[in-house]
Design a protein around this ligand. Structure first.
Ligand SMILES: [Zn+2]
Length: 130
């Protein structure tokens, strides 16, 4: 009736197939080391065998960033806006600062008006006839 035995021959072949590395794995191997190294430029951590490549790119990106930032700073130097160049990054605090400054100006004007000497008051023009 039965004539088994041939089924066993398939097993080694299946195992061999499983262990064969895929093409993707060969062209894009996973990191050799899982040890993370901190990038001194952007403070992000990368696998030890990737950090060198990353820093090369990261340095270039940082350079471009700096050039743009310097240009902006140079334009601000000597202007009133230079005082607020750090504020403009957070819009909420900018609004707050603006409101604060506005209120302070109003307060100062009111105080100045109160303390103004009588001689500074606007005089009514005298009409001299004759
Ligand atoms: Zn980096």
């Amino acid at each position: 009736m039965g004539s088994g035995g041939s089924k066993k021959n398939l097993e080694p072949e299946d195992k061999w197939r499983e262990r064969r590395p895929s093409v993707h794995e060969l062209t894009n191997p996973p990191p050799q080391s899982i040890e993370l190294v901190l990038c001194g430029i952007c403070n992000r951590s990368f696998a030890r065998d990737r950090i060198e490549r990353h820093m090369d790119v990261c340095a270039k990106t940082k350079k471009n960033d700096r050039q743009e930032f310097d240009m902006k700073e140079k334009r601000l130097i000597g202007t009133e806006a230079a005082n607020y160049k750090d504020v403009e990054y957070t819009s909420s605090s900018t609004k707050k600062d603006w409101k604060k400054t506005h209120d302070e100006i109003i307060k100062n004007i009111r105080a100045a008006k109160k303390d103004r000497p009588a001689t500074a008051m606007p005089k009514e023009p005298e009409l001299v006839i004759g």
